[in-house]
Design a protein around this ligand. Structure first.
Ligand SMILES: [Mg+2]
Length: 412
């Protein structure tokens, strides 16, 4: 492999980001076993290395974590704060590189201008001094190798792959599941062919990898062999869908409560469509039940829209058909906008419904008052009456912000 130093790629990844972010504002948490709890305060979604050492698994319930780690401190997640630090981290990377990809809330890839280990260490130091978050950094000829080396340098390490020996070293004996993009199913397919390590993957026949894992797998094969095929993406790929939803907390078979969540999620969806200046031709509502199969409905809209009134009507119209006939409990839902258009290129409807036609100005006025008040007083301060059964949700400030409402993210 010939490594072209001029096109090296860096990967920055915060160490236990949510915990580190809490420690920025609550420094007394440093050195303590800390767990960050999810939306409903029940599950440990992130943990410090001290808590990991005690044997607490990520995703487990708090009542299972407490006996395992009795000295633990638990805090509820706060994405608003994490996003502030995420933007600061991004700004630090942008100081050292003209090309930066915001990959996730705590990770970015960048075109490495200075490829020396000392440069990575300088960035790591700057990140700690100016943002307060410890990070690990990898520099390598490809994104996949850069991520492998930063992962293996954790916590608070830096690594550079700048020659063949370093590339072989990082691949040796490392399970294929350490490669981003190789999940359980792909790993099973590979292991049936005797491929379990990164080294075996990189040395396997390229055509065989393509046959097993399609082009996505072949891209990773090139990347592990030091040929960059996945570029640093400085622009967000265009949306095919925008979705809002997620867990509704305690599962419920109360129609009013579930309707409340549908309306809440349409309000979030409209915010996102407005943010990205998009409108949609289609809306999908999908409910996931605890003890029955998922049910979903789809509506084609009369002309492209991002108007709350039209979307909420379409969503609620689908409720009877997606509601479970056996009164099973809903625990998850998605409201998805499809067939997206730039707001300026909207498809006009030939057959706008009468109700909408005659009330268009009124709906517009309500939407504009709502957004003005909410931007001044607080998100969701003014909202639909049908969300009233969700008093508990709106009373908890942690629910004002949801991870998928972090605008500008690339993926997670
Ligand atoms: Mg991280």
């Amino acid at each position: 492999m010939y490594i072209i130093i001029a096109s090296m790629i860096g990967h920055v990844d915060a160490d236990c980001f949510y915990v580190s972010a809490e420690r920025v504002r609550y420094p007394h948490l440093k050195g303590m076993p800390v767990g960050v709890l999810g939306n409903h305060g029940a599950c440990v979604i992130a943990k410090s290395y001290e808590m990991k050492q005690a044997g607490v698994p990520t995703g487990g319930a708090i009542w299972e974590a407490v006996p395992v780690c009795p000295d633990a401190v638990f805090v509820k997640r706060d994405f608003r704060w994490y996003e502030i630090l995420s933007r600061k981290m991004l700004a630090e990377v942008q100081r050292v590189s003209p090309q930066v990809e915001f990959y996730s809330i705590d990770e970015s890839f960048f075109r490495a201008v200075d490829v020396r280990l000392s440069a990575a260490e300088r960035l790591q130091r700057a990140m700690l001094d100016r943002v307060g978050v410890p990070v690990s950094i990898g520099i390598a000829p490809t994104k996949t190798l850069a991520k492998l080396i930063s992962d293996s340098s954790k916590p608070f390490g830096c690594g550079v792959i700048d020659d063949e020996a370093a590339r072989l070293e990082i691949l040796r004996d490392r399970p294929v599941t350490d490669i981003t993009g190789i999940a359980k199913r792909s790993a099973r397919r590979l292991s049936e062919q005797g491929i379990t390590t990164c080294e075996q993957f990189a040395n396997a026949d390229r055509a065989k990898i393509r046959w097993l894992l399609t082009k996505r797998g072949e891209d990773l094969w090139w990347e592990l062999n030091g040929h960059s095929v996945l570029p640093v993406q400085t622009k967000r790929p265009e949306h095919k869908f925008i979705s809002r939803g997620g867990s509704i907390g305690r599962a419920s078979n109360d129609v009013a409560r579930v309707r409340g969540f549908v309306v809440r999620n349409v309000e979030r969806l409209v915010e996102a469509l407005n943010h990205y200046q998009l409108c949609c031709d289609q809306l999908i509502l999908s409910l996931l039940f605890r003890d029955a199969p998922e049910r979903s409905g789809r509506r084609s809209l009369l002309g492209s829209t991002a108007d709350f009134e039209r979307l909420v009507c379409a969503a609620l119209e689908m409720m009877p058909e997606v509601w479970s006939p056996r009164h099973a409990s809903v625990h998850y839902m998605h409201v998805i906008a499809g067939s997206l258009w730039a707001a300026g290129n909207r498809q006009m409807g030939l057959f706008d419904d009468d109700l909408y036609q005659s009330n268009h100005d009124r709906f517009d006025a309500i939407a504009s008052v709502k957004s003005q008040i909410n931007s001044r007083v607080g998100r969701f301060a003014l909202r639909m009456g049908s969300t009233l059964p969700l008093k508990d949700v709106y009373a908890d400030p942690a629910n004002e912000y949801d991870i998928c409402d972090v605008h500008g993210k690339m993926c997670f």
